[in-house]
Design a protein around this ligand. Structure first.
Ligand code: ADP
Length: 394
């Protein structure tokens, strides 16, 4: 999985940002988002890094302006004076222990030396020539465009440094993947009220993103962070593969997302993809949180497709009209997968939950339920977010 993301990021790196005049508003480019997106509410960090001379308030914008003048970042790194490298501090944030190493860099725990608040410092490697990678701009830009929301991880500020970008994020204690793993290792079932609360948080966050035209495109348990101090609130994180997708978009050489959670239209390179790729991934997360193991853990692309067809039955002209002609040669050899065996794969789910899953696993993406539609169901409307406030992880 990491290899695939590395390969994607490799392609994305080395692209020097064009000057502002080369870009058209509304083309989904995250750099446009940096300029034109809704500005989040003022926060105390913005004032700290303000730069009156450039008329901007955030460190990130100061550096971007310098890029547009085509000056190498190293020429003015002293003027930015952020203390990295070589010291472990970034601005007023002290770097503490490593939390995780991801596809794009590393995440550290940190402390705001002024307020003593714990934060997460996400270091993202940039291109060799100091230009900002598309992935970096995408993540910072879209996270800002997402705006402030209880179910989206909050970005406090960021620094564009030579060869590295550091995003300062609110710190959350665990992620859903670790949480599920812990329960599986201890052979403990997650209580249903907690599952419902976490799923509802994910759906509310997704509805917010989709309402703003943002597809996350890498929904998986590792990218769902959990705030255990505030009533077990789940928050969507890692916008490295996200994209503005107001209209169905033509994918450009993109087999995005982590394979196990990838929608079939992405796996099979369907001509157009929509925000409902996220709804498929949410279905796989729902199954995983109930069963405590991944539903479609394919070792490679072919096994991934095979697992989906073996579980849901091969697509037909009726169930997947958009893709049937294209994939006909593939499914000729898979005729024996004619029945839907999802029930056997999710024994912990009741009929209501299975029904939700079936609707999230529609091959034809337009028939897949949206986050708003799922939230209207009695199953979720009865649950309040953070219903799980009194849950204690042993
Ligand atoms: P990558 O894009 O490199 O995969 P992620 O943003 O997914 O990086 O982060 C990798 C891991 O780091 C997450 O799975 C989580 O465990 C941890 N992490 C990320 N952001 C935070 C945060 N704000 N608070 C605490 N842990 C975090």
């Amino acid at each position: 999985m990491k290899m695939e993301r590395k390969a994607q990021s490799h392609n994305q790196r080395g692209l020097r940002p064009k000057s502002a005049t080369h870009m058209q508003a509304g083309n989904g480019d995250p750099r446009v988002a940096l300029r034109s997106s809704v500005r989040p509410k003022p926060n105390p960090y913005e004032v700290q890094f303000g730069d009156a001379q450039h008329g901007c308030t955030l460190a990130g914008e100061i550096v971007r302006e310098k890029h547009s003048r085509r000056m190498p970042l190293k020429d003015y790194k002293n003027s930015v004076s952020l203390g990295y490298p070589p010291g472990p501090n970034v601005g007023r944030f002290e770097r503490k222990e490593l939390i995780a190493e991801g596809g794009y860099g590393s995440v550290y725990k940190g402390v705001d030396l002024k307020t003593k608040q714990t934060v997460a410092l996400k270091y993202m490697n940039s291109a060799e020539d100091d230009s900002l990678s598309q992935a970096t701009l995408r993540e910072v830009g879209l996270l800002r465009a997402a705006g402030s929301h209880d179910n989206i991880v909050r970005i406090l500020c960021w620094y564009f440094l030579p060869k590295t970008t550091v995003m300062v994020l609110e710190y959350l204690e665990t992620d859903l993947s670790q949480f599920i793993k812990k329960h599986r290792a201890e052979n403990r079932v997650l209580p249903n009220y907690l599952i419902k609360s976490i799923m509802k948080d994910i759906l509310v966050g997704t509805e917010h993103l989709h309402g703003r035209g943002i597809a996350h495109r890498d929904m998986k348990p590792r990218n769902i962070l959990i705030d255990t101090n505030n009533g077990w609130r789940a928050k969507i994180a890692d916008f490295g593969l996200s994209k503005f997708m107001t209209f169905p978009v033509l994918p450009r050489a993109e087999n995005f997302g982590t394979r196990w959670y990838r929608a079939p239209e992405v796996l099979l390179a369907c001509k157009i993809t929509t925000m409902r790729v996220d709804m498929w991934s949410i279905g796989t997360i729902f199954a995983e949180i109930k069963e405590r193991h991944a539903l479609f853990p394919g070792k490679d692309h072919d096994e991934q497709v095979d697992m989906i067809f073996a579980t849901l039955g091969v697509p037909t002209a009726d169930s997947w009209p958009d893709m049937y002609q294209k994939i006909k040669p593939i499914i000729q050899s898979l005729r024996h997968y004619s029945t839907n065996r999802l029930r056997e794969k999710v024994p912990s789910m009741n009929e209501e939950e299975l029904g939700i899953l079936q609707n999230l696993f529609q091959y034809q993406s337009a028939r897949r339920w949206t986050a708003g539609e799922v939230l209207k169901l009695e199953y979720f409307s009865a649950a309040t977010t953070s219903d799980a406030g009194d849950f204690e992880m042993i």
